[in-house]
Design a protein around this ligand. Structure first.
Ligand SMILES: [Zn+2]
Length: 315
């Protein structure tokens, strides 16, 4: 029996169910939650996150891959608490996002890998919570020298542990191409890597070139944002890749994080509308079905592919 590490411990891979490829539970740029906790209303923040996760669970979301790193304010004790309260399985990440800490600029690649391996095999801090995925990130600036060190450290940690890598890329500048080059140069297994935010471009030829390298793609950031493809355009990209035979390498998600409540807005309920964790389930997937994408293909992208990515299981 194959298992996956979640914030509540090992989970039978067959119990992963409907899985969102790239989400967040709590994000705080600059680690403000750790350094300036008085900026936040934590009771309200917890209530909001639990409400949205419970709504997601009721709407059929079984598991989310939470790609929140230390430089995004990762707090696995908060995540463990809301996972228990909501019933959603949450896989948490090691790795580093775009704000590469100064200490990583000079640390050797193998010592960087040691840090990620420790969080995968022993746990995060003294929580005993093990990371189930390694997150790395490169945006419009491309792969900077210090970020390249993180990518190489992540590739080495993957080779040592088998724990998969999920990336943030800026797809309009084809940053995933350089990520793949670096992972390949490190000899990392391509079928354990997912190149994320890939629905931010409508360039099917670029996306197909990544797939031909052997990686998975996370088609996330539904429903889109100003200046980026909207959800209908994201569906068009997904359908074009399905038509070319790539459904077995695609995963879908929102890159959503409920906003933490500010300490200045105390007590007022902000509940309104359907949680963004359910945009795919309530809007985008029904539209794909109407456009003729089969239930089998949707099940492949939402259940089977994430399971293979997380466990390394073969089709
Ligand atoms: Zn994200």
């Amino acid at each position: 029996m194959s298992t996956v590490e979640t914030v509540l411990g090992p989970l039978d891979a067959d119990a992963l169910g409907f899985t969102l490829s790239h989400e967040h539970v709590l994000v705080a740029m600059g680690e403000d939650n750790h350094h300036y906790p008085w900026l936040f209303n934590w009771e309200q923040t917890r209530n909001n996150v639990v409400r949205e996760l419970r709504e997601a669970k009721l709407g059929g979301v079984d598991t989310i891959i939470d790609l929140t790193t230390p430089d995004l304010g990762r707090d696995v004790e908060f995540v463990r608490d809301v996972a228990i309260a909501s019933g959603v399985n949450v896989i948490v990440a090691t790795g580093i996002w775009r704000d590469v800490p100064r200490s990583f600029w000079e640390r050797s690649l193998d010592r960087t890998a040691d840090i990620f391996v420790r969080e995968i095999e022993v746990g995060i801090g003294d929580t005993g919570v093990k990371a189930g995925v390694i997150k790395v990130a490169n945006d419009a600036e491309g792969v900077t020298p210090e970020a390249e060190r993180v990518l190489r450290g992540a590739a080495r940690a993957l080779k040592r542990t088998g724990c998969p890598i999920s990336t943030h890329q800026w797809a309009p500048a084809e940053v995933g191409r350089r990520q793949v080059e670096i992972f390949r140069d490190e000899g990392a297994p391509m079928d354990r890597i997912c190149i994320g935010h890939s629905a931010d471009t409508r360039d099917v030829a670029y996306l197909e070139s990544l797939l031909q390298a052997g990686v998975y793609l996370s088609m996330d950031r539904y429903p889109g944002a100003e200046g980026r493809p909207d959800w209908r355009q994201r569906n068009e990209i997904v359908k074009a890749l399905i038509a070319r035979g790539w459904a077995q390498r695609l995963m879908l998600g929102h890159d959503y994080a409920p906003a933490p409540a500010s300490a200045r807005h105390r007590g007022d309920a902000t509940a309104s509308g359907t949680t963004r964790y359910l945009f795919l389930s309530t809007v985008a997937l029904p539209a794909l079905r109407r456009d003729g994408v089969s239930e089998e293909t949707i099940g492949l992208m939402m259940r089977e592919v994430p399971r293979r990515f997380l466990t390394g299981a073969l089709p």
